[in-house]
Design a protein around this ligand. Structure first.
Ligand SMILES: Nc1ncnc2c1ncn2[C@@H]1O[C@H](COP(=O)(O)OP(=O)(O)OP(=O)(O)O)[C@@H](O)[C@H]1O
Ligand code: SF4
Ligand SMILES: [Mg+2]
Length: 344
């Protein structure tokens, strides 16, 4: 197994903000005890409903946030202890692509000036070779002929073209991994498919890894090597085959929502039919935090929080007291039919 590029060890992120309605502070546990290895060349999808802590996790991986407790490591060294040279390596090797490409591009600069500045800063090419260097990178993200894009300002580009520029900017530094927080959600559906294909192609040709955050399970199924499912700050399931063989009832709920015939309900964000406990600011109670929504809950679920643990030979891990039982019963029948206390 390849060495992890990034590792989270027991990471917690607590946000504190002043209480708007009185004295004191509000506390939100956005990420709550996450352990995660991100390996060389893998595409890891992170899914989960709104407020589950996905963007906070991305910020921790990019060192935009420092964890309240726990540790983020880059190639085996804690980010808080990186020496200057390793910090430079981290900044080059771990790149970001964000949801809204327009806001991540400087509106007052042409593409050539904006990207040329990075080329000079990191000495990626000599001044005489910069234009050719940039043209090569724009062509690699499907912007052809590249020279015609170099002259343009961001407002002269479509959303898909802007996102390609953002990806080209990240790729110029030859990153080991790109952390992409909802890179598709501001794009039209047809453009989403093109950007997904671009990510696949870049992965194939350069072995760059991706951590992709998305509400779109269909898109993630088509691109991810592994998928982590987050619920209220925790990873409740992670594995390669969660789309075909979900072990956690929450994963199954997300997949069922995706299968809804109503396209407006095909995204996790709109899963309002189930009673929602997605707000991480809700007080943590003993036991499993998915219990109020879970049709499979039994007595132990009320008192013991389930740990994330291996549930099959394929390396899937799930945080559910009944995960193996759910998996075993599903294997015997096409439809998961674990007897639920609510059905008895
Ligand atoms: N800067 C902040 N200060 C206080 N609370 C915050 C801050 N940023 C996020 N939160 C809270 O932390 C929790 C997790 O937020 P986060 O943005 O990580 O979720 P998310 O899974 O990315 O959601 P979405 O899918 O809507 O983007 C939420 O309850 C959110 O309100
Ligand atoms: S631990 Fe219990 S409540 Fe939590 S998901 Fe599993 S069965 Fe449901
Ligand atoms: Mg987010």
């Amino acid at each position: 197994m390849s060495e992890p590029i990034l590792r989270l060890n027991g990471v917690e992120q607590i946000y504190r903000s002043r209480n708007a309605n009185g004295p004191g502070w509000n506390q939100v546990r956005a990420v709550d005890g996450v352990d995660l290895d991100i390996r060389e060349g893998e595409t890891l999808a992170i899914v989960g409903e709104s407020g589950s802590g996905k963007s906070t996790l991305a910020k921790l991986l990019l060192l935009l946030n420092r964890p309240t407790t726990g540790e983020v490591q880059f190639r085996g060294t804690s980010l808080s202890a990186l020496a200057s040279a390793d910090y430079q390596a981290f900044r080059r090797q771990v790149q970001a692509v964000f949801q809204d490409p327009a806001s991540s591009l400087n509106p007052r600069m042409t593409v050539e000036r904006m990207l040329g500045y990075i080329v000079q800063r990191h000495a990626l090419a000599t001044p005489g070779e910069t234009r050719q260097f940039l043209a090569g990178h724009l062509a690699a993200v499907g912007l052809n002929p590249p020279e015609s894009y170099l002259e343009r300002y961001p407002h002269q580009l479509s959303g898909g073209q802007q996102q390609r520029i953002a990806i080209a900017r990240a790729m110029m530094l030859r990153p080991a991994i790109i952390i992409a927080d909802e890179p598709l959600s501001s794009l039209d559906v047809s453009v989403q498919a093109q950007v997904l294909q671009l990510m696949r192609d870049l992965h194939k040709t350069t072995n760059v890894g991706f951590v992709v955050i998305s509400h779109d399970l269909g898109a993630m199924e088509s691109i991810a090597d592994r998928t982590a499912v987050m619920y209220r700050g925790r990873i409740v399931e992670i594995g390669r085959s969660i789309y075909e063989r979900p072990y956690h009832p929450y994963t199954k709920l997300l997949l069922d929502a995706r299968l809804s015939l109503d396209p407006r309900r095909s995204r996790i964000r709109s899963m309002s039919a189930a009673p929602s406990r997605s707000d991480s600011s809700a007080p943590a109670q003993g036991g499993c935090r998915f219990r109020p929504r879970c049709a499979y809950a039994v007595e132990i679920c009320a008192t013991q929080a389930p740990a994330l643990k291996p549930v099959d030979q394929a390396g899937t891990m799930a945080a559910c007291h009944r995960a193996e039982e759910i998996g075993a019963l599903r294997a015997r029948s096409a439809e998961p039919t674990v007897p639920s206390p609510l059905e008895v």
